[in-house]
Design a protein around this ligand. Structure first.
Ligand code: 5GP
Ligand code: MN
Length: 337
């Protein structure tokens, strides 16, 4: 439970203008927890704006409230700056370091608004006045629900809010399959369904709404790009900008690809390295004790969770792959152990 919940409750009796921020290239948990919280705060009478640093996949645009999201990269930065500067409260959801929201982080630091962190990533930065932080929680969506429940206002959670939060819970547990799928996860899922969430609908909208190009990209990756290094129990995929262009790849099209590497029998570490316009992006997944959070933090300017993390470099795809491959011998014992 939030340490200073009573102070939080009191503060929100007068705070009117609220901004909700989430991380670059938001996933279903980032956007779902933001729009779920937004729906709740609007019902409480606050003026709420959700700002994302970048765009997000098409399979998330069904979420109620999507139309009002301000996408910083697409729209006038001035609008976001004004909202942030004039906010009474700023919520930071599903990220724990202001670096992950690029220029927006500087605006947040400058703003006099009270900052509220709701997150489940490891090693959060201490910048918030109120923290609903729990690294054992499977999703940020769960933490949003818990905060509403702790405030005694579960009755305000309607089907729209519940569907947004359910989406975050479902995806951050890999469809209720990862080791973070605890009793608490099922308890929260069941509460959300009771409030109107529709599991079949959300699952269809997120997992089974592919474009043909995305499926072709997946086929190409699996047949041509997936490499396995049995001596390190490691799988990797690299995607050049030409690969991505060839399949008219859209934001979100590569999501989930890294899991295929990890699904191979014996593999314990999987990485997807892709050439984005801005930088080279790495996506890591592991099984068991190997911490990709530590690995990404130490070598690739990133972080995340023990078994799912991300990072980036500002070199080339080839150099990034070379660096990754050269690190493997140093981790051989951990990978084989
Ligand atoms: P994904 O591989 O799906 O992009 O990210 C996996 C997990 O790592 C997510 O929880 C995501 O928030 C986190 N993550 C991804 N990229 C970064 C990064 O550059 N820095 C940090 N700190 N976390 C990241
Ligand atoms: Mn999350």
């Amino acid at each position: 439970m939030m340490r200073n919940l009573e102070a939080f409750r009191q503060f929100f009796q007068t705070a009117r203008k609220v901004v909700i921020l989430t991380h670059f290239k938001p996933d279903a948990d980032a956007l779902g927890s933001s729009l779920g919280l937004c729906g709740y705060l609007k019902k409480k009478g606050h003026t709420v704006n959700v700002i994302t640093p970048s765009d997000y996949p098409d399979f998330l645009t069904w979420m109620p409230g999507n139309n009002e999201v301000l996408i910083f990269q697409k729209e006038k930065p001035k609008a976001a700056d004004d909202l942030i500067a004039n906010a009474d409260a700023i919520f930071c959801l599903d990220f724990s370091s202001l670096q992950r929201i690029n220029e927006l982080g500087v605006m947040v630091q400058k703003s006099k608004a009270k900052k509220v962190l709701i997150d489940h990533h490891l090693e959060p930065e201490a910048f918030a006045d109120f923290e609903q932080w729990d690294q054992t929680a499977a999703s940020t969506a769960e933490l949003v629900y818990r905060l509403i429940a702790d405030l005694g206002e579960e009755n305000l959670v309607d089907a729209n809010i519940a569907n947004c939060l359910y989406a975050g819970l479902m995806t951050d547990t890999g469809g209720f399959r990862h080791p973070n799928t605890t009793i608490e996860v099922f308890d929260t899922a069941s509460a959300l369904v009771r409030h109107g969430a529709d599991p079949a609908k959300v699952s269809k909208l997120i997992y089974d709404t592919n474009t043909l190009e995305r499926l072709r990209l997946m086929g190409y990756v699996l047949s041509e790009k997936l490499q396995v290094l049995p001596q390190y129990k490691t799988a990797y995929i690299t995607l050049s900008s030409e690969d991505l262009k060839k399949f008219s790849s859209q934001t979100g099209d590569t999501e989930g690809l890294v899991n295929y590497g990890l699904s191979i029998k014996g593999v314990r570490l999987s990485v997807l390295i892709s050439d984005r316009k801005e930088n080279i992006k790495l996506s890591f997944r592991s099984l068991g004790e190997f911490s990709v959070n530590e690995f990404a933090r130490k070598h690739f300017d990133g972080g995340g969770h023990k078994n799912a993390a991300g990072g980036q470099t500002s070199t080339t795809l080839e150099e990034t792959l070379k660096k990754f491959l050269e690190l493997l011998p140093l981790y051989k014992d951990q990978l084989l152990g």
